[in-house]
Design a protein around this ligand. Structure first.
Ligand code: TXA
Ligand code: MG
Length: 343
């Protein structure tokens, strides 16, 4: 018997005043809409409505025990969704305003349990993208929004990526072009005596410590072990092919070439994904450049995974030095590779 699958028409509109109004009207009416942020695209719904938020989980196929980030447009609105904001978080919000930074704080009763997966904390973020801020203001509501990918897929850094995963499942995608950062926000737990980074992201540990004038801890989790942030326990960011990770070292280039040649001998189609500095030494082997800086590499990682997942059986990619946005790059690459694909 044929199974009837309910789908809807997914419209893509360039971001402008009219399309932002349309997205806001949908969200106010309890629907979802995808929108650009400076990190990755988000799939938004009214954070105060349980029924609306459930539509996010359904569209993404996201496990219900993985909480969402609530997006607001100003400090006063952070107060509206949080019960208590520690001094360190206040200092950062005051100094930065909109930023690729997510604050975990005690939650107010206004936020339904479905948003926080039953936790007594809430993740709050003021996104720095003008279209995201305009959308939140037009709604006059806090917007719950995870990355707008199908659960487990690489995060979307363009409207086309959102469409590829969620076509037929959401009514509207606001197209604001490619995201500037390309990796998600840094998630920091401020409910602890010393703030702790649960997920490295677009805002670096070094920059956080500089503003706070104090140490910030970095949560280290085994890739498949118990997780402090629920999202960390799931397979994430995985392309449809295998990723072979080459640890960054003085021998990165030799290791990239050895891995590529190994697959070539086995008749397995592979490609080297590497920093620009290595491309002249690859001796004609197939490659995709990550650009010249860690910021460029982070911006292009998810896009490269999506563009090459069906072209190759194996992506051979090296990590970056574990500093700045390189930490976020390494985290995403290792998580993507941890979801094993055999070839
Ligand atoms: O840049 C971003 O953060 C993007 C854009 C759209 O803002 N959003 C995003 O959301 O990456 P998502 O749902 O893909 O990732 C949110 C992460 C998950 O790992 C989740 O488990 C964690 O934040 N999280 C949310 N609420 C939490 C809480 N109360 N305690 C600990 N972790 C939490
Ligand atoms: Mg995500």
């Amino acid at each position: 018997m044929l199974k009837y699958i309910k789908t809807m028409f997914t419209e893509i509109l360039k971001t402008n005043e009219a399309s932002i109004k349309k997205a806001a009207a949908l969200i106010k009416a309890g629907e979802t809409a995808a929108f650009p942020t400076e990190t990755v695209y988000g799939l938004g719904a009214n954070a105060l409505s349980e029924a609306a938020v459930k539509k996010i989980f359904d569209a993404k196929g996201r496990p219900s025990d993985n909480p969402l980030i609530v997006h607001v447009s100003c400090l006063e609105d952070v107060y509206a969704v949080a019960l208590d904001i520690p001094q360190s978080a206040k200092k950062l919000i005051g100094a930065l305003g909109p930023a690729p930074l997510t604050y975990i704080v005690k939650k107010s009763d206004k936020i339904p349990a479905v948003v926080t997966a039953g936790l007594d904390t809430v993740a709050v973020r003021i996104p720095a993208h003008p279209a995201a801020l305009a959308l939140i203001r037009e709604c006059g509501l806090p917007i719950a929004a995870p990355s707008a990918n199908g659960s487990g897929r690489p995060s979307p850094t363009s409207a086309a990526h959102v469409f590829a995963d969620l076509n037929g499942k959401i009514p509207l995608i606001l197209d604001g072009g490619e995201c500037g950062m390309g990796v998600e926000s840094t998630v920091v737990d401020f409910t602890l005596a010393v703030p702790m980074i649960l997920r490295p992201g677009g805002f670096s540990k070094e920059a956080l410590e500089e503003i706070l004038g104090d140490e910030v801890k970095l949560y280290k989790t085994a890739l498949n072990g118990p997780a402090k942030s629920p999202g960390l326990k799931y397979g994430h960011y995985a392309p449809r092919c295998k990723i072979e990770v080459i640890p960054y070292s003085s021998e990165t280039i030799q290791s990239l070439i050895a891995a590529y040649d190994y697959y070539l001998r086995k008749n397995i189609k592979s490609v080297i994904i590497c920093a620009y500095t290595y491309v002249n030494d690859l001796g004609g082997r197939e490659y995709v450049s990550l650009g010249k800086t860690a910021a460029e590499a982070a911006r292009s990682l998810f896009k490269i995974l999506r563009e090459n997942e069906d072209r190759y059986d194996v992506l051979v990619c090296h990590t970056l030095p574990e500093e700045g946005v390189g930490r976020a790059f390494n985290d995403r690459l290792l998580r993507a590779a941890a979801v094993n694909k055999f070839c």
